[in-house]
Design a protein around this ligand. Structure first.
Ligand code: HEC
Ligand code: HEC
Length: 260
């Protein structure tokens, strides 16, 4: 039988790098990996903070394993951010401000907030718009003319900005949204968003920051994943998006938008 991998939280020997792999609830609870080197399987609310509840068979193990595959090479290949945030700001003032705002908190809910996105995540997205691996009639031509230096500069600038939560959320949706975000839905096999995007939605190099993101944008991206239009997620979000009901998508999007 296939042996589950060790929990990276326990086996990681590189201080300060741990936040580049999914948290325990993403890997151990769902892939059944062994925080205690196989002494027992994590269940329920174990002392490691595993919340359990989403052990929905092989598909989940696959998602979690993919999460690890995506995250681990990044941990070893992480370079020091290079770029110049001041130059990045100038570029934003000239080319990005109308849609993303000068501080990355844009004025239009269908244009994503880019404040606080991680350096590596922003660079990956801009490269994927450039290579047409992420669809967007708006962003592809904008990204296409950026030099590699400009990509690094804006990525550093966005990472230095703070996302402001949205104040036009529907409060009646927040309890369901929060439950999905923190615990997922074990009936339909939806994992906790927190497992990859972080309890506070701050994300990391591989999993985008979500806290404070416009609900309209979140809903649109989940739709793109569900329809297989956005495919730069190593299939993690495509599987999840297909398991969410329309009501759940709205609820979790409003909860995300409300997160500080
Ligand atoms: C005309 C409006 C517009 C302008 C100008 C614009 N963007 Fe965008 N940007 C968008 C839209 C719309 C998206 C979402 C695309 C999609 O549907 O996936 C986006 C997405 C992004 C993303 C991905 C965000 C995420 O959370 O995944 C990054 C990074 C980004 N833009 C950077 C920039 C930079 C850098 C500039 C300036 C050089 C810029 N944008 C200018 C509209 C714009
Ligand atoms: C197994 C890990 C994992 C889990 C669990 C997960 N996500 Fe994601 N999510 C990803 C990955 C990977 C991406 C795309 C990264 C990329 O484009 O490089 C992503 C992207 C997103 C985006 C697009 C963000 C942007 O800025 O464009 C949204 C919105 C999102 N996820 C919402 C959710 C929600 C809501 C949940 C819970 C129902 C969830 N995710 C659970 C891994 C995960």
């Amino acid at each position: 039988m296939h042996r589950a991998p060790r929990c990276p939280r326990r086996s990681s020997s590189t201080p300060g790098r741990r936040n580049t792999v999914p948290t325990c609830s993403a890997c151990c609870c769902r892939s059944g990996c062994r925080p205690n080197a196989g002494r027992r399987k994590p269940t329920g609310s174990s002392p490691n903070g595993c919340r359990g509840g989403i052990v929905n068979g092989d598909k989940f193990r696959k998602i979690a394993a993919l999460a690890l595959l995506g995250a681990l090479p990044a941990a070893s290949a992480l370079a020091q951010p290079v770029g110049d945030a001041a130059r990045g700001r100038e570029l934003v003032e000239q080319n990005c401000i109308a849609c993303h705002g000068v501080d990355g908190n844009g004025p239009v809910p269908s244009f994503p907030k880019v404040a606080g996105l991680h350096y590596e995540y922003t660079i990956k997205q801009l490269h994927e718009f450039q290579g047409k691996r992420r669809p967007s009639e708006i962003m592809q031509p904008i990204a296409a003319v950026l030099t590699e230096q400009q990509v690094q500069d804006v990525a550093l600038y966005f990472a230095s900005q703070r996302a402001v939560p949205v104040d036009t959320v529907d409060a009646s949706l927040l309890p369901l949204g929060r439950k999905l975000y923190e615990d997922g839905n074990s009936d339909s096999g939806v994992p906790a968003c927190a497992g990859c995007h972080g309890t506070e939605g701050r994300g990391n190099a591989r999993f985008p920051r979500l806290a404070g993101q416009f609900q309209e944008y979140v809903v649109a991206q989940i739709q793109q994943f569900a329809e297989g239009k956005r495919t730069n997620d190593k299939r993690m979000m495509q599987v999840i998006a297909n398991r969410l009901t329309a009501e759940e998508v709205q609820a979790v999007a409003h909860y995300i938008a409300s997160m500080p």
